[in-house]
Design a protein around this ligand. Structure first.
Ligand code: ADP
Ligand code: MN
Ligand code: MN
Ligand code: MN
Length: 432
């Protein structure tokens, strides 16, 4: 992108006393700057113009890039930490930044912090303080250097987790000795849709119209089939840089829809990594001027919805004889179908219709290699007699802390009655 060197009236300041009032900087600040300059006898530019910044055709301010890319490490130990938390809707990510005296390697080295919970729908105005507890650290791909992203969870000043803090309960489940012993792995497939700004319509789609029917878009290449690859790819590299356990990406069945996978990750890490990856995606789409949607069914009709398939295994499932353990887990899952569905994301009933590679929301089903089931077992797992299962029910806007911990709870900590177990085994043709 070429820099525009010609003076542009929009971004220039005429350094004369008479025009000081026209400055976007308050006139007071501006005149004090002028005062210092004059005192030092700073020469005024011959053109009497001083360029503060130059705006290019597409709206980016090129000179800011130099500052954004400044490497501060040779000059100071100080780093910037971006504290990130889940907001009041349970799906919005919020963040703010602070200076930390020197680089850190573990969240325990970071101070707790606070924010105004009344502005995020998380506290009443008269008692608005919410406390942030740093829980996981990633490298900041936007600021570079030793700067960090910090995934936090949220507490009252008295130290109680606030209602939208789903991480706290999940961390309890994952610190249960029975769960720790089974080293639960999660591989999460986060699907998302890119929308054009202002029109609430997918990227690449004609505004007010539709592209050709689904078929050519999944994993496709080509200007008429793939929309938004740069965003997916920028996100992929940013995640790898950050230290997120991202395992792949692909273009989805609905044009403008993409997926990235995180995992296998152990226990609470899966949730931390997905939330950080979502935050990075929000930042990248913000830069690209594209809107990120995690709605499970952004476009009604014959268009695939967006899910968050959660692949899951325990140590016993991964070892010889694991297929029996997987079948027992499926049995438990069938008996708690309703509990799981109600924890698997808002609006999921619009997606789980039984069409478009989903199972009906009201019916639990499982099958080998069947993408129309609630739970799918891969051919590989059946053939090897060990492996993992895929829970296809979670929606794109699910909370990974909730989904991962509920899977561990239902399969490792919860036990049905013998009677319920026998009935379900018969119904699902599952011998355990
Ligand atoms: P799909 O075929 O359903 O599209 P993907 O390849 O998109 O599946 O995602 C599969 C995910 O499952 C990956 O994130 C992968 O790391 C993860 N995975 C692989 N093996 C296991 C396992 N044993 N336990 C849990 N997750 C696993
Ligand atoms: Mn996938
Ligand atoms: Mn997918
Ligand atoms: Mn899948």
């Amino acid at each position: 992108m070429a820099q525009i060197l010609a003076p542009s009236t929009q971004w220039q300041m005429r350094i004369t006393k008479s025009s000081a009032n026209a400055s976007p900087i308050s006139s007071k600040t501006w005149s004090s700057l002028l005062f210092k300059q004059n005192k030092k006898g700073a020469p005024t530019s011959s053109s009497k113009f001083r360029v503060l910044a130059i705006k290019s055709e597409n709206g980016t301010v090129n000179r800011l890039e130099n500052l954004l890319n400044l490497d501060t490490t040779p000059f100071t130990d100080k780093i910037i930490a971006e504290y990130i938390w889940v907001g009041g809707t349970g799906i919005d990510v919020r963040s703010k930044s602070r200076t930390i005296p020197k680089p850190v390697e573990h969240p325990s080295e970071l101070p707790k912090w606070n924010y105004d919970g009344s502005s995020t729908g998380q506290a009443p105005g008269e008692d608005s303080e919410v406390i942030l507890y740093p829980q996981a650290i990633f490298k900041d791909p936007f600021r570079g250097g030793n700067h960090i992203l910090v995934i936090c969870d949220t507490y009252t000043p008295a130290g109680e987790p606030i209602p939208t803090n789903k991480r706290h309960r999940a961390a309890q489940v994952f610190s249960d000795p029975k769960v720790i012993a089974e080293v639960p792995w999660f591989g999460i497939e986060q699907e998302y849709t890119l929308l054009q700004t202002n029109v609430n319509w997918p990227l690449g789609w004609p505004v007010g119209g539709y592209p050709g029917p689904q078929g050519p878009y999944y994993c496709a290449a080509g200007a008429d089939k793939s929309y938004g690859r740069d965003i997916s790819d920028a996100h992929y590299k940013a995640c790898i840089y950050a230290g997120i356990n991202i395992s792949g990406t692909n273009g989805e069945v609905m044009p403008g829809q993409w997926e990235f996978q995180v995992g296998p990750s152990v226990g609470i890490d899966a949730g931390d990594h997905i939330w950080c990856a979502r935050y990075i995606l929000e930042r990248i789409t913000e830069q690209a001027g594209v809107v990120l949607s995690l709605d499970p069914k952004p476009i009604q009709g014959d268009w695939n919805g967006a899910g968050c398939h959660t692949n899951y295994s325990t140590k016993s499932m991964r070892e010889d004889g694991g297929y029996e353990v997987i079948k027992k887990a499926i049995l438990n899952l069938s008996l708690r179908h309703r509990d799981h569905i109600s924890a698997y994301g808002e609006g999921n009933e619009r997606r789980l219709t039984g069409k478009h590679e989903t199972a009906d929301i009201n019916t639990f089903s499982w099958g080998v290699a069947n993408r129309g089931c609630s739970i799918r077992v891969g051919r590989d797992t059946e053939a090897k007699g060990k492996g993992y299962l895929e829970d296809r029910r979670p929606a794109s806007n699910m909370d990974p802390y909730v989904v991962t911990s509920l899977l561990a709870e239902t399969t490792l900590l919860w036990e049905p009655t013998l009677e319920a177990e026998a009935l379900a085994a018969q119904k699902l043709a599952l011998k355990v």
